[in-house]
Design a binder for this molecule. Structure first.
Ligand SMILES: *Cc1c(COP(=O)(O)O)cnc(C)c1O
Length: 472
């Protein structure tokens, strides 16, 4: 299995090579040359597998440069009952309205990002060990990605993490999660600015190629292909648990921001998983909903991005979206380049002539949920089903309600647990969200964080002083 770039300018590469890179050298995103197909018989044979076994089967279709026995060891180390609270790893939680939650947030940081990051932590350490290399992960987070990356990489050989976060702008819980880590390979840097400014500093430093090479800078942002591949696994898992025989269809609803999570669902469907609909839910930042409704992609500047009560979806430029457009345009890299040139020149591109296919060929539909919808949905689901859901999952449940069909299970991806966003839970229900027993002492742990003005030189100096430089 070799990987190509959506912009057509990268020689075919193996999985381990693209693992350690961010963007492809031509500015595109890596994708497999062709997608593996999974037959109905294979699917039936997978029913008896547990989660790490299923992950081994699916990931080995995408990773052919790691021996299967090693891959098996990595998936079993990533998906443990200790990390995810039960042997199921991803439990299904029925609501009383034709929907079932796909429980993706049982990992160490209570959001679905742990599903991919825990595997990434294992496979990074493995590949770096083999290559006798070191990697310094530089990232920016508005909360969930940073903590998931740090919990996955703390204490791992060969990797250090430098994570920029906007000072004073994360929830108390998110802050406590990240800043209470004291592992020597984890560096938290809070910048007196907003998330976009943190992201700009990451781009500036990673764009300085000499600096990037000298300090072996790497990334774990949502365009990393290994994260997408690891996310494909739980669509198969959800289908296997929600059906009893071949060919039965299931729909999925996905609270979306960077288009990473739902892209994994699209890939599972293209591989042959019987998925009826992929329902994309956005909050008030509805760039993606607008695209699936009209065919026009019109990302918005930071100033037009609303700060909402489902903050992990406050994204107006969906970094994984290009992978879907590549496929839509028949894997024609020249057409993809033309779209992004038009975007740079005019601020949008128009694929409205293809809009009817989004649903008929790919099963995509989309909807918007607002602050009022979120609060109402949290209240309704607690009353009807006795289940407390987080604000992002509530956006999913709200939009999914329009697409529930008799006889077709509707799986809504639970992208975080309520404890992470307690303020909004309290606004909806009058009571703060319960904190899981093992995290109750979190708020009182010592916190360690460097606070800097939002200046690229300060971050650069800190990395120079603290990054292990590779020998030779
Ligand atoms: C990251 C995140 C999302 C958005 O997922 P994408 O893959 O970026 O579309 C939704 N909900 C929560 C809680 C998240 O952390």
């Amino acid at each position: 299995m070799k990987y190509l770039s959506t912009r057509g300018g990268m020689d075919p590469q193996s999985f381990s090579d693209i693992l350690l890179e961010g963007l492809a050298p031509d500015g595109g995103l890596a994708l497999p040359e062709s997608l593996p197909a999974v037959s109905a018989d294979t699917l039936e044979a997978w029913r008896k597998l547990n989660y790490p076994e299923l992950a081994t089967e699916i990931l080995s279709l995408f990773i052919d440069d790691i021996p299967r026995s090693d891959l098996e060891r990595l998936t079993h180390a990533a998906y443990t009952a200790q990390n995810f609270g039960s042997e199921q790893i991803v439990p299904l939680k029925p609501l009383n309205n034709g929907m079932t939650l796909l429980g993706l947030s049982e990992g160490p940081t209570l959001a679905f990002k742990d599903m991919a990051m825990q595997f990434l932590g294992q496979v990074f350490e493995y590949v770096l060990d083999k290559r006798q290399a070191t990697l310094n992960i530089l990232g920016a987070t508005s909360g969930d990605t940073g903590s998931a990356a740090e919990y996955a990489l703390k204490g791992k050989r060969g990797v250090s993490v430098f994570m920029l976060s906007p000072y004073g702008r994360m929830s108390d819980f998110q802050r406590a999660q990240m800043y209470s880590l004291h592992d020597p390979n984890i560096h938290n840097i809070a910048l007196k600015g907003v998330f976009d400014e943190c992201q700009d500093i990451v781009k500036a430093l990673a764009g300085d190629l000499a600096f990037k090479a000298k300090y072996n800078l790497g990334a774990v942002n949502s365009i990393n292909w290994a994260r997408i591949a690891a996310q494909v696994v739980y669509y198969f898992w959800g289908w296997l648990r929600a059906t009893s025989g071949p060919g039965q269809q299931v729909s999925f609803t996905v609270p979306s921001g960077n288009f990473g999570n739902i892209l994994a669902g699209h890939i599972a469907r293209q591989m042959g998983l019987p998925v009826r609909r992929l329902v994309l839910a956005t909050n008030e930042n509805n760039v993606l909903e607008e695209f699936f409704r009209t065919g026009i992609y019109r990302p918005r500047p930071a100033a037009e991005t609303h700060e909402t009560s489902s903050p992990s979806m406050d994204i107006s430029r969906a970094s994984n979206f290009e992978r879907f457009v590549y496929e839509l345009l028949g894997a024609d890299a020249a057409k993809v380049r033309a779209c992004w040139e038009e975007l740079a020149a005019t601020g949008q591109f128009d694929l409205s002539d293809r809009q009817p296919e989004f649903e008929s060929r790919y099963g995509f539909v989309a909807g918007v949920s607002t602050h009022a919808d979120r609060l109402q949905t949290i209240r309704d689901i607690q009353l009807e089903a006795g289940v407390l859901i987080d604000p992002h999952t509530a956006d999913g449940v709200k939009v999914a309600a329009g697409y529930v069909e008799p006889g077709i299970p509707m799986l809504v991806l639970e992208t975080a647990l309520p404890a992470k966003f307690s303020e909004t839970i309290e606004a909806a229900t009058g009571k703060p969200a319960p904190v899981p027993a093992h995290l109750q002492g979190l708020a009182s742990l010592d916190q360690r964080v460097e606070v800097f003005d939002c200046k690229v030189e300060l971050v650069r100096d800190y990395i120079i002083q603290h990054a292990p430089v590779q020998a030779g």
